[in-house]
Design a binder for this molecule. Structure first.
Ligand SMILES: [Zn+2]
Length: 457
């Protein structure tokens, strides 16, 4: 029993306490109430939480171990969701979670969820994690860093006999790359259309969920409500080149951008390219070209991180000798503010009206149903991440995420934060994706310290 001491032990403990009071006071913020203060003070072998660091080598080793599953003919790991590589990688990960005492289980949507008890069972869990599935021909860091770092946090706590007050949950989301399926199932729910959607390997989402051990008939069982979690944190590679370019170590993510798509139809008149004089043409491609330039001008005319792209074009009839009669474009606008997206679109529409008049064409817009609303992270959790990074002496930048993440759905139900580390060359979704071991360890240390801070608050 923790409370029974001999007089001699108590005396030596008191002496030690006098000598190391500052360390004890720091540490006592984090210790389990159930163990008792005296018991905690005796567990003096553990350093204060603020001094704890992850094992960077272990993170690096595990990144490469996970990368070996589902080797393709080029000798590269292939863990596209619901494939054999994914299933094997998940089994390997669950085994590690089991060894770390997380007692992992697969929820109805196929998410892997592990739990570590806190000293106060009345408190809501602090959750963190990411995904280990990848895009075809993807790299070794997207999602896997956040997943392996989440496990690393648990290992560090285990090794230092630290029990947080809040229960901790490690969540490895299923099929992130196929449309953040697992995190949607957990927060907003999946629609029948979503379940019927084909994944890149040919299975529908419904079949895929079964393939990884989930149960699409019981999806209601994995739904979380707003307020179920104290907070959610996701560490991720930046996937862009801003941090590296600015020589910064940690990105404090303010939110994940909203995305809206429009199909733009430019209607002109197809006619003989040899006999139609230049001033008599209704050239849909000429109008479309002017519009593409206009999109770029509108997106770059104001301050901010907004992006506007025409990434798709289809020309009809598409021949050397015919003035193009019809062009269909794919327009995308992304920003952290939904209002700004609408404002940019309104300006682009205005330009389109002028271009249509000038080129004797018509330009119409069809908003697509797949719009993603911007998801803002919690300012309080942003502050926690920033403070954690600063406490480690790391440089930070508040930034947005231009790519989608599981965190964007988790933000609907919990105060959410994201931690970015540099992606070398800004490359992602490619075998060339790379983050340095030092940057990975930095990110994992920020995750660890942020969890300590959330636990105290
Ligand atoms: Zn990812």
């Amino acid at each position: 029993m923790a409370y029974i001491y001999t007089a001699k032990k108590l005396f030596s403990f008191l002496l030690f306490f006098m000598m190391h009071r500052r360390i004890f006071i720091k540490q006592s913020c984090l210790v389990a109430a159930g163990v008792g203060v005296v018991g905690n003070l005796l567990a003096h072998a553990a350093p204060p939480a603020t001094a704890l660091r992850v094992n960077g080598k272990r993170i690096e080793t595990r990144i490469f171990e996970l990368a070996k599953f589902g080797l393709d003919d080029k000798g590269r790991g292939y863990r596209v969701a619901y494939t054999n590589g994914d299933v094997q990688g998940r089994a390997w990960f669950m085994n590690l979670m089991q060894k770390a005492g997380l007692n992992p289980s697969i929820d109805a949507a196929g998410n892997i969820v592990g739990r570590r008890s806190g000293s106060n069972p009345l408190l809501k869990p602090i959750a963190f994690g990411s995904h280990i599935d990848m895009v075809p021909d993807g790299g070794n860091y997207d999602g896997t860093l956040g997943s392996i770092a989440a496990l690393e946090v648990i290992e560090v706590l285990n090794e230092n006999n630290i029990v947080t007050q809040h229960p901790l949950e490690v969540i490895i989301f299923a099929n992130e790359e196929g449309g953040t399926i697992g995190s949607q199932a957990l927060t907003d729910g999946l629609t029948p259309a979503g379940l019927a959607q084909k994944s890149p390997m040919g299975l529908t989402v419904e079949q895929g969920i079964r393939a990884i051990g989930g149960n699409p008939n019981a999806l209601a069982s994995c739904l979380r409500k707003k307020g179920d979690l104290k907070a959610f944190l996701e560490l991720h590679i930046e996937q862009g080149g801003i941090l590296e370019r600015e020589k910064l170590q940690i990105g404090v993510v303010q939110g994940i951008v909203g995305i809206v798509h429009w199909e733009v139809t430019v209607q002109g008149f197809a006619n003989h390219a040899g006999t139609t004089p230049m001033n008599q043409r209704q050239d849909a491609l000429l109008a479309a070209s002017k519009f593409i330039v206009a999109v770029n001008r509108v997106a770059t005319a104001q301050q901010g991180n907004q992006v506007g792209t025409v990434g798709k074009i289809e020309v009809q009839p598409g021949a050397y000798n015919v003035v193009p009669g019809k062009v269909i474009l794919g327009l995308e606008i992304r920003d952290l503010s939904a209002a700004k997206i609408e404002n940019l679109f309104a300006q682009m529409q205005q330009r389109a009206t002028a271009i249509a008049a000038e080129t004797k064409t018509t330009i119409s817009f069809n908003r697509q149903a797949n719009a993603v609303a911007p998801a803002l992270t919690s300012p309080a959790v942003q502050k926690v991440v920033e403070t954690a990074a600063k406490s480690l002496g790391l440089s930070t930048k508040y930034m947005q995420s231009g790519a989608g993440h599981d965190a964007q759905h988790m933000a609907h139900i919990a105060p959410t934060g994201m931690i970015f580390v540099p992606s070398i060359g800004g490359i992602s979704h490619s075998p060339k994706e790379y983050s340095t071991p030092a940057d990975m360890a930095n990110g994992a240390n920020v995750l660890l310290q942020a969890i300590f801070q959330l636990d105290k608050s």
